[in-house]
Design a protein around this ligand. Structure first.
Ligand code: PGA
Ligand code: ZN
Length: 439
């Protein structure tokens, strides 16, 4: 039973405050910290901020912390629910908030409690967290499926100060024999990429973006992709490592078109905005020219027409990942499935706000034949829950940023531990990252 629920303010990788919750039970103390993205659309659950300009530039979470300590804590202790009964506890939290986007108590407050409860539940059972999550999801367990990692080696979009439009350029070591080896490939590629980029674009081009990848001042996606292809070849992994792009196209959608110069006021000109057909043509060229295996948010969350028009064509060559357009929100995922917009759901815990709802969202996607990719946020912490989530839910894919920087590596390191502990009871998803969850 829960004897204490306590929240405090700690900090994320961008130096912004965030919520940590500690739950005390007879087994000890269990804590969780929530992340925060650079995007917040109207569908996703509310990341409650104080908006007091005098403190933390308005990013304070004092209210969310207070909501845990003064509202959730006494109510949850009084309810006397079992920490292994995640579903009842999450339902209790959802009811206590009572709003569809968790705006009364804050999704950051609620998620921190939900995840700390999950860890307490695993602690009570004496199970690793991934196994507890697999139990909760009622999914097949042994052998566990170790996800193929998507490493964001080159950052653009709103995560970097460069002019590069697309947000993320990831390497996917699907040809490695294990997760451990996949990480080795990625670190070698990342160091090669850094050296090549400095040679070509000067030392300041190795500056870093929000997710720990380099943020060179390249002009366009082709230049970024050429560098990455050279790095993959240079490190000796051609044919074993694919490339994934998250365009995050909602960020450059203007007046029904796409402004590739959205970060450069001098170059930005309405005459040059691309129609969705022109943007699709650009993607199609890139997909055919480079070893791209995955494309996320190719179009805006408000441009459903383009998503439905181009999914059938694109999916013959790459998987299409829905992030901003679905926002881990069941009603929208259902529409996306019906309208055939994509075949992968990007799963972000803090877009939905409880572990149970995240599990349900993943199962909704699986039932429709979609794959699921677990994702970090651009503002991250040392919390590693998403590593266990990806293994427990058998998602077969995860993205947690660059193969560098500890808030990114904390998750990869946790998967290294899980794979190592499981020994022969672990199977690396590898090239089957898109389908192996179905087995
Ligand atoms: P965010 O970006 O965490 O800054 O919202 C991540 C993504 O777009 O996948
Ligand atoms: Zn995204």
């Amino acid at each position: 039973t829960i004897s204490k629920v306590y929240a405090r303010v700690v900090y994320d990788s961008r130096g912004n405050p965030t919520v940590e919750v500690v739950i005390s039970t007879e087994k000890g103390k269990f804590s969780a910290i929530v992340p925060s993205g650079a995007h917040h659309n109207s569908h996703e659950c509310l990341d409650l901020r104080d908006n007091d300009p005098k403190k933390w530039n308005g990013r304070g979470v004092s209210q969310a912390v207070q909501n845990v300590n003064e509202i959730i804590a006494p109510a949850l202790i009084k309810a006397n629910l079992d920490v292994t009964d995640q579903e009842s506890i999450d339902e209790f939290l959802i009811d206590l908030d009572g709003t569809p986007t968790k705006e009364k108590l804050g999704a950051n407050a609620i998620l921190a409690v939900s995840l700390a409860v999950a860890k307490a539940g695993a602690g009570k059972k004496g199970s690793p967290l991934y196994k507890h999550i697999a139990d909760l999801a009622k999914l097949h367990e042994y052998p566990f499926l170790i996800p193929t990692p998507f490493f964001n080696v080159l950052n653009g979009g709103i995560h970097s100060g460069s002019g590069l439009t697309f947000q993320e350029f990831m390497v996917v070591p699907y040809g490695a024999p294990s997760f451990f080896e996949a990480v080795r490939y990625a670190t070698e590629i990342f160091h090669t990429l850094r050296t090549l980029t400095i040679e070509k674009y000067g030392s300041s081009s190795a500056n870093l973006g929000d997710e720990g990848g380099i943020a060179p001042n390249v002009e366009n996606a082709r230049q970024a992709l050429d560098l990455i292809v050279s790095a993959i070849k240079g490190a000796g992994y051609e044919g074993q490592v694919g490339i994934a792009i998250d365009a995050s196209a909602s960020d450059f959608y203007k007046e029904g078109k796409y402004d590739l110069n959205f970060k450069n006021e001098e170059l930005s000109n309405a005459i040059d905005y691309l129609t969705s057909d022109q943007l699709a043509e650009l993607y199609w060229d890139l997909i055919n020219k480079y070893p791209i295996v995955s494309l996320e948010d190719p179009f805006s969350e408000d441009d459903w027409e383009a998503w439905t028009k181009y999914y059938p064509k694109f999916q013959s060559k790459v998987q299409i990942v829905a992030d901003a357009i679905t926002s881990t929100t069941p009603e929208i995922i259902e529409q996306g499935i019906e309208k055939k917009i994509a075949n992968v759901l990007l799963l972000k815990l803090n877009q939905i706000g409880t572990l149970t709802e995240a599990i349900d969202a993943a199962k909704l996607a699986y039932d429709a034949g979609w794959a699921v990719q677990v994702s970090h946020r651009s503002g991250e912490t040392e919390d590693t829950t998403i590593a266990d989530l990806a293994v427990g839910l058998r998602t077969a894919q995860i993205k947690s940023g660059a193969p560098a920087r500890s808030e990114r590596f904390a998750k990869y390191n946790q998967i290294i531990r899980i794979e190592d502990d499981l020994e022969k009871y672990a199977v690396y998803a590898g090239k089957n990252f898109h389908d192996s969850n179905k087995s």
